[in-house]
Design a protein around this ligand. Structure first.
Ligand SMILES: O=C(O)CCC(=O)C(=O)O
Ligand SMILES: [Fe+2]
Length: 297
């Protein structure tokens, strides 16, 4: 209970997190699912997807390799203020891979990266349907992400490892931020601690759902760039990872976040077809990220 007074107020049931099945349900067509996805990305900016099509084996293999990497890195003690470790995986950055120590690293990460990329493309198509935009816009989005995996795209997979917290640790494991790309696909274990803020400004705890097993779910979060792209129709939520109870402090937490970004040189024109002087390349967007104002904010 020591930490309770240090934590910001969170109303645990203020916002409902949707759990949607990517495989069509009897009586529910693709259009209905697309609409539900868009409604949730409009209101909240996040949702869970079950039947996401990524095999347990791929996810489990990537998690165990990422955990082994965190253990390797731990041989050098982290700075005292460090509350998590993270490694950004870019498929082309082979010189950074721990080839000798972990020969399984490259194939495990490449497989999950590819699967998450394919899932993202499927989702982008559904979002275009749900936004009731002309279907050629789905092709626009697909082309905008054609360089994923190369040096001309900032798309990456972040391997996160949160060690057990010291008893006097602050309540924060990862500070408040929004993701800045198109969408994020988050795979997490069942430790919990993720909190997110919806369009109305309400914070909620996002119930932890494992990415594997029966009912395995991945969390989809919308990024700043996609909010901009959709002229603010979709919401990019602020989120953070907290230690929500003392028992959790003693537990490790592991997650893998796939951040989909458009090609650096892709000119982001509004998806509603309107010409706008806010059209901007992804590269410039990143440069200006902290100074521009955009969307409906
Ligand atoms: O660890 C998590 O669950 C969240 C990670 C995250 O939000 C990020 O890396 O941007
Ligand atoms: Fe994030």
């Amino acid at each position: 209970m020591e930490h309770a007074s240090e934590r910001p107020e969170v109303a645990p049931n203020a916002v409902t997190t949707a759990i949607l099945s990517l495989s069509e349900q009897p009586g529910q067509g693709k259009a209905a699912l697309a609409k539900e996805i868009v409604d949730n990305l409009h209101r909240n900016g996040w949702l869970y997807l079950t039947n996401h099509g990524i095999s347990d084996e791929l996810i489990t293999e990537a998690f165990s390799t990422a955990k082994a990497l965190a253990k390797l890195d731990n041989e050098a003690p982290p700075p005292a203020t460090e509350v998590r470790e993270s490694y950004n995986y870019f498929p082309y950055a082979e010189q950074k891979f721990p080839k000798k120590e972990l020969p399984d690293f490259a194939p495990a990460m490449a497989a999950l990266f590819k699967a998450a990329y394919n899932l993202s493309l499927e989702l982008l198509e559904l979002i275009i349907v749900g936004l009731e935009l002309p279907l050629d816009q789905a092709e626009v989005l697909r082309t905008a992400h054609s360089l994923v995996g190369t040096e001309k795209s900032n798309t990456k997979m972040r391997l996160l490892w949160y060690p057990p917290a010291k008893s006097d640790a602050a309540a924060s494991r990862l500070g408040t931020h929004s993701d800045y790309g198109t969408i994020t696909v988050l795979f997490q274990d069942q430790t919990g601690g993720l909190e997110a803020q919806n369009r109305d400004g309400r914070w909620t705890t996002v119930k932890p759902l494992s990415a594997t097993g029966k009912g395995g779910a991945v969390l989809i979060q919308l990024g700043d760039m996609f909010q901009h792209w959709t002229s603010g129709r979709l919401h990019s939520s602020k989120h953070r990872v907290q230690l929500t109870n003392p028992a959790q402090a003693g537990a490790t937490r592991q997650s893998i976040a796939f951040f989909l970004h458009p090609n650096d040189d892709h000119l982001i024109s509004q998806l509603n077809g309107q010409k706008s002087d806010r059209d901007i390349t992804m590269g410039d967007f990143l440069k200006n990220r902290f100074s521009i104002s955009y969307g409906s904010d």
